[in-house]
Design a protein around this ligand. Structure first.
Ligand SMILES: NC(=O)c1ccc[n+]([C@@H]2O[C@H](COP(=O)([O-])OP(=O)(O)OC[C@H]3O[C@@H](n4cnc5c(N)ncnc54)[C@H](O)[C@@H]3O)[C@@H](O)[C@H]2O)c1
Ligand SMILES: [Zn+2]
Length: 364
């Protein structure tokens, strides 16, 4: 079991990572607080697999715990579901001294975190992420929220958990495509902050895909540390946190241009990282070649590195413009200077377009 501390003054907490820590949830919560009651919120799939282990560990600590199950999927990350969570909390007589546990992927984590931030003006909140994406990204940093019909994550709050509990064994049941999508964010952390870690991910791609526990644990540990380091310097995303968006300017455009169905977020980010490596090289911001190592890592992880030929450079740029990423003919984006270092640059629209045209011409 490894503890990664997140230092945010009075909002500090620890991220605990290990095999079978789920069965210790009760004790890990008791080390931090003594809630009068605990509401575990999970989605249907995850609840079936893991709720029992969490509930019995809470019972072992003599904590009164209840389970509330929400439907699976991003389309339920809404205020309507949050309202149902509030109602379940009232019905279970949870008060300001109670705690809420989010057991599931990023959808559950974001939505349950928002419910915890707002129920009775805020109750203790614990993250128990069960997808790789949630473990290395969504569960750390305190961004919570829900989607509106008009767009994703339009309503939310910065609200830090009291502890994050990551059980590496939960990844055994994760669908392969979800595992790969999480690995896109893992390798992103290496590209933006740590060349040694990038090489670790590249060299261990096979082991990570085979779900070797030691390889996954190290990938999660270092990812959490890197995200932690960025968040500690910029908790509310006023500047530096933007480097975490490497691959996401083009990635979001790909998701939007394909109606959010063809690519999973991590897959779009994988393609986005390759495209943005090319933009970085053509934009003259790189000190050494980044395109080939990025592409190689993405391919080794079984992630897409080229775009579907039905999407054009113009489609992508238009999506970026709708996303308000383009201002006065310029685009601000996080780009790699070299592997292990990213900064935010302003690139002219015409240069982005020509790099995207070159990227699209490579084809899939
Ligand atoms: N707050 C942040 O900083 C942040 C960062 C990145 C992403 N996000 C959010 O995260 C969400 C995406 O999260 P996600 O990719 O985890 O998706 P998800 O929560 O929808 O989970 C994906 C699927 O995997 C299933 N699942 C989860 N754990 C499982 C397990 N161990 N075994 C088997 N099946 C399992 C879920 O039931 C679901 O069907 C998006 O809403 C995104 O906005 C938030
Ligand atoms: Zn992402």
């Amino acid at each position: 079991m490894i503890d990664v501390p997140v230092n945010l003054g009075s909002r500090s907490y620890v991220v605990t990572i290990g095999a079978d820590v789920l069965s210790k949830t009760g004790r890990l919560i008791a080390e931090v607080g003594r809630p009068s009651g605990v509401m575990v919120v999970s989605d249907r799939k995850v609840a079936r697999l893991y709720a029992q282990s969490v509930l019995s560990s809470l019972a072992d600590e003599q904590m009164h715990a209840e389970l509330f199950v929400v439907p699976c999927g991003e389309r339920y990350k809404t205020l309507a579901t949050v309202r149902r969570i509030y109602e379940a909390l009232v019905k279970a007589k949870m008060d300001r001294t109670s705690a809420v546990v989010a057991l599931g992927g990023g959808v559950v984590g974001d939505m349950v975190g928002f419910a915890a931030a707002t129920y009775m003006r805020g109750v203790d909140f614990y993250q128990v992420p069960t997808t790789l994406l949630a473990q290395v990204d969504a569960a750390v940093g305190g961004k919570t929220g829900v989607d509106l019909a008009q767009g994703k994550n339009l309503v939310g709050a910065f609200y830090q958990p009291r502890r994050v509990i990551i059980d590496t064994l939960t990844l055994k049941t994760l669908p392969m495509r979800e595992l790969r999508a999480g690995l896109a964010e893992v390798v992103k952390h290496g590209i933006i902050c740590d060349k040694v870690f990038f090489e670790f991910v590249r060299e261990n791609a096979r082991h990570l895909l085979a779900r070797r526990e030691d390889a996954l644990r190290e990938a999660i540990r270092r990812s959490v540390e890197i995200k932690r380091d960025v968040v500690q310097q910029d908790e509310r995303e006023s500047g530096l946190r933007a480097v975490l968006n490497y691959g996401h300017t083009v990635g979001h455009a790909i998701e939007a241009a394909t109606g959010y169905v063809k690519y999973k977020h991590g897959e779009a980010v994988a393609v986005g990282m390759v495209a943005e490596a090319l933009i970085a090289e053509r934009g003259g911001v790189t000190e050494e070649s980044v395109l080939e190592p990025v592409r190689d890592a993405v391919c080794r992880l079984g992630l897409p590195s080229t775009l579907d030929p039905t999407i054009s450079a113009e489609d992508l740029l238009q999506a970026m413009e709708l996303d308000k990423k383009v201002r006065a003919g310029e685009i601000r984006m996080a780009l790699p200077v070299r592997i292990g270092k990213c900064s935010v640059f302003t690139i002219e629209r015409s240069n982005v377009l020509s790099a995207l045209r070159e990227f699209c011409a490579i084809g899939g």
